[in-house]
Design a protein around this ligand. Structure first.
Ligand SMILES: NC(=O)c1ccc[n+]([C@@H]2O[C@H](COP(=O)([O-])OP(=O)(O)OC[C@H]3O[C@@H](n4cnc5c(N)ncnc54)[C@H](O)[C@@H]3O)[C@@H](O)[C@H]2O)c1
Length: 435
């Protein structure tokens, strides 16, 4: 059967294509659901037995995909979840959304991408379009994926097409769900890009094609490096302002009234998640291969990594001013996830704070309605039942500002609060201390 670009576009229009999404996490599951909702036959593949079992039970594990929505999709669309690549030969378009973590020495770990691509190369049908969405360093698509896919007899442009398109979702951001986000895409050839644009046009309003996969890879790293550096800078200014007895939150609020040339970033207990702390380090690593050392990335990472320690130092100072020692105090950390209203614990600074306090304080407890228990390194805790206990803690540290938490009740009973998120904005109370 013919597989010209025109045939491909016609199949997209007529929903005569099967879409496969490899990796059903924060990125992959919402993407698979969008395609299923648009009438494509869609298969999601994930090696995680537990995730597939939960999907089969119509249970969601991603906050942005409520179980009720998932149930509706599974009932009304052609979406199925698989734990292996057996059915991949049915797929015309394959998205790769697997993790891209860091190795111990802060180097990129693209082993998940390589493993997924190897499975794809063994099972892909001729003519398939493959799109990598995982964040990675510039050059991955050309230097790693093409050679893996061409290691047999297949040739790009004849037997398959390949693009890179960074995922830009912001978990928990209801204002910008997936379909409202502008998509950047760069293919290995102009035809690959056109095919990518055709398939994304069915679920998104605006697509921005760029000249190569390398440019698209760099776009994502520019965006997240921009964020890392600005967050690093505002955290440094927050620590400086504290020394100068100036309220940084008030400063930011006033500065952001300038309608141009300023964008507000806020300090906090550090940065977590599967993006900002690690994506710029992918770029840092790749730039080193060209003999270039990024001073900005290094410095911003250092400042941000220090923040949990800074929080604990401030708590210690606050207690000392009240005649108490941290080592004799019981501290409650409110919020364990890296971000408001999201269940994700990856690289959460709250975990670092809890771990540091477990060594430096007499006792540490945590409260997070989204996370019933915490088990990592030497920490093994259950989310505290704080209802009648707030007044028993020597200090309450607000580390994550989930919407469901009753901050008024905490304020009423707490002896002292270290608020890293400015949740008590505009409230003047001697017992509130801010970052
Ligand atoms: N989480 C975010 O907010 C976000 C936003 C934009 C981009 N990204 C990027 O998207 C990528 C995925 O992130 P995520 O947060 O969705 O990760 P995740 O860990 O939530 O999901 C990835 C899934 O891939 C599965 N997987 C791993 N190897 C596999 C393989 N060989 N075959 C099939 N499945 C496999 C895992 O079991 C897991 O369920 C990363 O590169 C990340 O940097 C993430």
């Amino acid at each position: 059967m013919e597989n010209t670009i025109k045939d491909f576009e016609a199949k997209v229009r007529n929903r005569k294509l099967t879409v496969a999404v490899v990796g059903l996490g924060y990125v992959g599951l919402p993407l698979a659901i969008e395609f299923a909702k648009k009438g494509f036959s869609c298969m999601g593949i994930d090696l995680d037995k537990d995730r597939i079992a939960r999907l089969k039970k119509q249970e969601s594990y991603i906050t942005d995909v409520p179980s009720a929505d998932l149930k509706k999709v599974l009932k009304n669309t052609k979406f199925r979840a698989e734990q292996d690549f057996r059915f991949l030969p049915e797929a015309d378009v394959i998205f790769i959304c697997v993790p891209t973590p860091l190795k111990k020495k802060h180097e990129p770990d693209i082993s998940y991408i390589k493993s997924a691509v190897k499975s794809i190369s063994l099972n892909m049908k001729r003519g398939a379009l493959v799109i990598l969405e995982s964040t990675t360093y510039p050059g991955t698509t050309d230097e790693v994926i093409i050679p893996l896919l061409e290691s047999g007899t297949l040739k790009h442009g004849k037997d398959f097409f390949l693009c890179f398109s960074p995922e830009r979702i912001d978990p928990g951001n209801e204002q910008f769900p997936l379909h409202k986000i502008v998509k950047v895409i760069g293919g290995v050839s102009p035809e690959a890009t056109s095919r990518g644009v055709a398939i994304y046009s069915t679920i998104l309003h605006k697509i921005v094609p760029v000249s190569s996969a390398r440019v698209a890879e760099m776009v994502k790293l520019l965006e997240n490096t921009f964020r890392l550096i600005n967050i690093g800078m505002i955290n440094e200014l927050a620590m400086m302002a504290h020394k100068m007895k100036i309220d940084i939150w008030e400063v930011i609020d006033a500065a952001k009234t300038k309608p141009f040339g300023f964008m507000a970033f806020y300090p906090g207990p550090g940065v977590g998640g599967h993006c900002i702390p690690k994506d710029p380090l992918y770029l840092y690593w790749k730039a080193r291969k060209f003999g270039f050392k990024s001073k900005f990335i290094k410095l911003a990472s250092q400042v941000i990594t220090y923040m949990p320690e800074y929080v604990v130092e401030r708590v210690s100072e606050i207690l000392l001013a009240q005649g108490k020692k941290l080592k004799n105090s019981h501290i409650l950390v409110v919020g364990a996830t890296y971000k408001k209203d999201v269940k994700d614990l990856r690289k959460s600074p709250a975990l670092d704070i809890i771990e540091l306090l477990s060594v430096k304080a007499k006792e540490v407890s945590y409260y997070d309605p989204l996370i019933p228990f915490l088990k990592f390194n030497s920490i093994d805790l259950v989310s505290a039942d704080i209802k009648n206990k707030i007044s028993t803690y020597d200090c309450v540290v607000i580390a994550t500002d989930h919407s469901v938490i009753d901050y008024g009740a905490i304020l009423k009973k707490a002896r002292c609060i270290f608020d890293t998120r400015n949740i008590y904005k505009n409230i003047v109370d001697q017992k509130i201390y801010k970052i």
